[in-house]
Design a protein. Structure first.
Length: 154
């Protein structure tokens, strides 16, 4: 099932002309990677959140996490990385450097969430990619994930 999900993500990246995705939401990361994270209070979950990076044409997603034991066994070793801290001003430059390892300058990258530190930007973050806010497309994304026809509500 994970390989089918990843195939769908790759197909949508190609169809929409997007170079990749940076996923910060726990359900988005779990969908893209199959990773599990332990239950935690909200503050700790936000600080130690896993991050998924999906690169168009890559064979598997990249997972940045403090909880390597929650990564699926089939995830290649070179796609499993230590944690990033996109919520901290002190961590945004490291976050930006990690993204430049995956995306060339000017890449079109979809994001599912942006932290305050991301919005303020760091020297490497603003020039490394062109983030595209993907939340307004959530209903279209849900239609893509489901084979059921969309029906109007209300």
């Amino acid at each position: 099932m994970r390989s089918e999900r990843f195939e769908r993500l790759q197909h949508q990246l190609e169809a929409r002309g997007v170079d990749g995705l940076v996923l910060l939401g726990s359900s988005s990361v779990a969908y893209a990677t199959g990773a599990a994270a332990p239950a935690q209070d909200g503050d700790r979950a936000a600080l130690f959140r896993p991050v998924a990076v999906v690169v168009k044409g890559d064979s598997a997603p990249h997972l940045y996490t403090l909880y390597a034991d929650g990564a699926p066994a089939e995830l290649p070793d070179d796609h499993l990385h230590g944690p990033l801290f996109p919520d901290l001003d002190d961590g945004i430059d490291i976050f930006a450097a990690a993204l430049t390892d995956h995306f060339p300058s000017g890449a079109r990258v979809g994001v599912d969430d942006q932290s305050h530190a991301m919005l303020r930007g760091g020297p490497g973050l603003t020039g490394s990619m062109r983030p595209m806010w993907s939340a307004p497309r959530s209903s279209r994304r849900r239609q893509t994930k489901s084979h059921a026809p969309a029906t109007p509500s209300g």
